[in-house]
Design a protein around this ligand. Structure first.
Ligand SMILES: [Fe+2]
Length: 311
């Protein structure tokens, strides 16, 4: 053996460490949403469709979960499963909304689509519009603009710093196609955060990052509502709670989330109960204090600076 060279085992370990570091950096750069929606950012990036390396557990789960799910008579959902590698699968979600006519489907926060999901959507009609709950949920919007010629729409507060061309903006209270009402909730998470109230079939409230549904990775049962990552809420939890009260002023039976399982019955009552549950919010404050870290503090500083510049 040549003593001037490390052993083959040592070289193999060093090579693996370098490879892991490279993959980790690449995933962080590419999948920024994972920072805010998962307590395990780099791991979630590895599990996402369209984000390079795909975890084999995620691939297996995905291949058995490639069809659209119907939320209401006009709202459908497709999902990307995260956390499966840890045995804690939970969905990230995107939505298809049917307007009054066959053509002109609306996509919300569009994640990548499987071939089967794409076929299902095209059987319903042609996507014409993409609505974003916040700029952070651009996801595959650019690709679908090319694919179907969709326009991309976002709240005016997010258009100013978006990395892509925004075709149209909306404001609080706008009613789109007599079907979807825009509700701006600026302190709930991101300053451009909105929820969409979809009229019909008991009404469906769609939210992005503001609150989540059941998440096995967080120990949140299906049917419950919680905050995705309280340490990243810029306005603080009291500000978020106040902003979210705007949603409880509306009537809705179903609630669907960017992250976590939807609630399909009595969702408005469930949401109001969550808002008024002082013990739950005290627990969230504890969770926030426990999880606050340099990355979340830096994010909050950056967002506050953006707001102070009038964006
Ligand atoms: Fe998100």
């Amino acid at each position: 053996m040549d003593a001037a060279w490390p052993s083959s085992a040592y070289r193999l370990t060093a090579h693996r460490l370098f490879l892991c570091l490279f993959v980790w950096v690449a995933l962080l750069a590419e999948n920024r949403e994972a920072w805010f929606c998962s307590p395990f950012p780099s791991g979630e990036g590895a599990g996402g469709r369209g984000h390079g390396a795909v975890d084999p557990f995620v691939r297996e789960y995905r291949e058995s979960n490639t069809m659209l799910t119907q939320v209401s008579s006009s709202v459908y959902c497709w999902s990307e499963i995260h956390g499966a590698a840890r045995g804690e699968p939970y969905p990230w979600n995107s939505f298809v909304i049917r307007k009054n006519h066959r053509d002109g489907l609306v996509l919300v926060d569009p994640l990548p689509l499987s071939a089967e999901e794409e076929s299902e959507i095209e059987a319903m009609g042609t996507p014409a519009h993409i609505l974003l709950t916040c700029e952070y949920h651009l996801r595959e919007s650019e690709a679908f603009r090319v694919r179907w010629g969709c326009d991309i729409r976002i709240h005016a507060a997010g258009a100013e710093y978006s990395e892509v061309l925004i075709d149209e903006t909306y404001q609080d209270g706008d009613r789109l196609w007599d079907r979807i009402e825009v509700i701006h909730i600026p302190d709930a998470y991101h300053s451009d955060e909105v929820a969409f109230l979809v009229r019909g079939d008991g009404n469906t409230m769609i939210v992005g990052d503001a609150v989540c549904g059941g998440r096995k990775d967080r120990g949140i049962p299906d049917g419950e509502i919680w905050i995705n990552a309280p340490e990243y809420v810029v306005a603080g939890l009291s500000g978020a709670r106040e902003s979210l009260r705007k949603l409880s002023g509306h009537s809705f039976q179903k609630m669907a989330f960017g992250h976590g399982s939807p609630i399909l019955h009595a969702a408005g009552d469930r949401f109001t109960a969550f808002l008024e549950d002082d013990a739950a919010w005290a627990k969230l404050e504890s969770e926030k204090a426990e999880k606050t870290n340099p990355a979340s503090l830096e994010f909050i500083r950056e967002m506050e600076a953006r707001r102070s510049r009038g964006r």
